[in-house]
Design a protein around this ligand. Sequence first.
Ligand SMILES: *Cc1c(COP(=O)(O)O)cnc(C)c1O
Length: 473
Amino acid sequence: MKKLQQAFSSENFRQQAHSLVDLLADYLESAQNQDLQHVIPYKEPDESFSFWQTDYEKGQENVEDFFKTVIEQSTHLHHPQYMGHQVTPPLPITAIASMLSGMLNNGMAVYEMGLVSNPLERILSELLAKKIGFDKNSGGLLTSGGTLANLTALLTARAAKTDVWEEGNTDKLAVMVSEEAHYCIDRAARIMGMGNAGIIKVPTNDRLQIRTDLLEKYYQEATNNGFKVICVVGSACSTSSGSYDNLEEIGKFAQKHQLWFHVDGAHGGAVVFSEKYKYKVKGIENADSVVIDWHKMLMTPALTTALIFKRDEDSFKTFQQKAQYLWANQYSKDWFNSGKRTFECTKLMMSLKVYSILKAHGEEIFTENVDYLHGLAEKFVALIKARPNFELAVEPESNIVCFRIILPNQESNVINSAIRKQLLQEGKFYIVQTTLRENLYLRVSLMNPLTSEKHLVALLDEIERISKQIAQQ
Ligand SMILES: *Cc1c(COP(=O)(O)O)cnc(C)c1O
């Protein structure tokens, strides 16, 4: 017992937590003012594994040293030259709230275990529903990531359109989605047993948006081949290129055929907070369900994802099951028992993190972030266009920009891939790459409000420098 008593000592906690906060505050400062030279201290996976293997073999040690090492060896999202994947540098207040939820650990599934987080989750769902333009019949929930939220939405669609939950599979079911959609839609459909043929990938136009003029044709083909299409998914925006599908047209098509209309707004759904940019999701209010990641443009740590329903009651259809030890009545639609309508039974108190942002900074901070990041992307586009040897993949519609450098007598997929590799190894910038229509592009997601135009100029200069170096080899 001695070990346990010591481990639970409030005095130990006070000391360790204070020292971690100091460590993180120093870290935040050095990341923001670029005292930290590297955005990413890249190592090959095996090298990193053997480092940690050695560390593990040292056994019990001062935990503060461990925290320091973790910080040093991680990718630094608060560094202004972090422009890689679509993960936000979290607002500091949310890191504090994470500690709060970690200690309280009220596991959500039933009301008694989430006295605070269940009501907060409802308030946040209603806030987003209102921003989307849903009426008072709407509602929603929080779940562990966009991937799980999209699967949940497709399960709700299936429950609304079929009896599979009770009867098992009888029909060949299908969903329609753009070929540029996030892979998790494809994965969800496969998990649900739809297979290759049940995932109807509709081609995109030259702006990489779903071709709504082809929806009818693909639908008729599927129907003629014996498929029952249950759902059509709009991407807002697509992950690779940041293009927004035409939600108005998809909504009309869904209504015509009585299909479930789902909007995957994991990344770009955040524009509902912006007067200036919300036109990009015009028609979102006609969706049956919408996914928005709080952990992308909305500055909350992963994972915190909203799944919002036009009709709250639909969300209770997804997982109708008996669990006598959790709730008395299987069919009652209690908003306060989180586990009734989420995959998770025990769940993080995610709502605390978002709610702490509202309390500390107010809703306007979301608007400010969305507007700033989109505006920054517009500036970046101008910088790229001003350099004749660079080209854009598409005219960007969000804070995701795909571009490449073109050099005479050089294969551009090869050269751009080599550039990205060298950037990773140097570690001064973090950007990624993507392939669009068989061409490889450098891909920047502007997620960090501490990034400014001068960092973007520095990035383009660095790419030019590396490209010259490579060309000479
Ligand atoms: C990021 C993203 C996802 C996946 O969400 P996770 O939270 O990473 O699971 C799904 N769809 C789109 C459009 C995305 O941008």
